[in-house]
Design a protein around this ligand. Structure first.
Ligand code: DGY
Length: 328
């Protein structure tokens, strides 16, 4: 097939997942020969390795790592790789750059959906959703006690956002109507957009010390890996709620478990953890003050469709020699 495609002059695209939205597939099929990894529930590394050779572009929708082995296998025809995700910690960007392969991701289109999940986790954790459900299930409903299951308010709180990019800003926009007292944020440098939200740039240390809600939305990289460790939890307020909608690796999970267990912080709401899927014997599952979601931040019909289309548009632009709509 590869040879026939190249002989016919049609570029060949590999889509690494059978569930990428049809709209994106059609955009690609109008222009290219499209090969789709069809294995369900998702193709393995081996299965992708078997199909990637001789491709001109890849729509990458997989947690499998893109590294030099994968790129060697793809070979010198590969001109563009577009990941259907905002995060790209599973992709060796340096290696792509070194080989002159263009690379794009899908930011912005998922900001609202991920921000909605961040708000959901703030509310669910602050109001002890998981614990309340457990109380009902175990016949321990004691609402006649006025101090029973008391939670934390978003109203009047200081919200600390770690990473004030598109998603961080979308979260701020949604939390302001809850009448928060102040939004603070940390990161590399102050963002001009912060003015719009009255958000104040602070050091990571200050953010930990002052926030009632700490929301992680920064990328996972060497700098952020494990930055929420024992030392960080020791600096947080005892009423603080940690929400993570970024990557599990940013949090030292055993340290988080201890912080939650010992009541160093009030609770945690996590859409991401390590590993994913989380094993059913994970200690996190035993904590009433930990609300867990199975990494569904961007999982809405509209958002996943938009992500697929943007990934396809990245490929098309790169192959047509035009600026990609979302280059990395
Ligand atoms: C993203 O887009 O990075 C989401 O977390 C899905 O992996």
């Amino acid at each position: 097939l590869h040879e026939t495609c190249h002989r016919m002059g049609k570029l060949r695209i590999l889509v690494t997942n059978p569930e990428v939205h049809q709209k994106a597939i059609e955009l690609l099929q109008e222009r290219y020969e499209v090969d789709i990894c069809t294995e369900l529930p998702y193709p393995t590394r081996e299965q992708i390795l078997q199909r990637i050779s001789g491709t001109d572009g890849v729509l990458w929708c997989s947690k499998v790592k893109v590294d030099s082995e994968m790129l060697d296998k793809a070979g010198p025809t590969l001109k563009v790789l577009a990941t259907m995700s905002a995060g790209y910690d599973h992709i060796d960007v340096e290696e792509l750059k070194a080989r002159g392969i263009k690379f794009g991701n899908t930011p912005y289109v998922l900001s609202a959906a991920v921000a909605e999940v961040a708000v959901l986790l703030c509310l669910a954790t602050a109001r002890r959703l998981h614990e309340g459900r457990l109380k009902i299930e175990t016949n321990n409903w004691e609402s006649y006690r006025p101090q029973w299951l008391m939670g934390q308010d978003i109203q009047g709180s200081t919200v600390g956002i770690v990473g004030f990019g598109g998603i961080g800003q979308a979260i701020a926009k949604r939390l302001i109507p809850f009448e928060v007292k102040q939004i603070i944020y940390s990161g590399h440098s102050p963002k001009p957009q912060a003015k719009e939200f009255g958000a104040v740039f602070v050091s990571f240390d200050e953010l930990l010390r002052h926030s009632d809600f700490v929301i992680i939305v920064c990328p996972l990289n060497e700098e952020t890996k494990g930055m929420f460790n024992e030392e960080a939890f020791n600096k947080m307020k005892p009423n603080a709620i940690l929400v993570n909608v970024a990557r599990g690796g940013i949090v030292d999970q055993p340290a988080l478990y201890e912080a939650l267990k010992q009541g160093k912080i009030f609770g945690a709401g996590l859409d991401v953890m390590i590993p994913e899927p989380l094993p059913t014997d994970s200690p996190l599952l035993s904590l009433p003050n930990c609300v867990l979601l199975p990494h569904v931040g961007s999982a809405t019909v509209k958002t996943r469709t938009a992500m697929a289309v943007l990934a396809a548009e990245n490929i098309i632009a790169a192959l047509e020699g035009k600026p990609m709509p979302a280059p990395v």
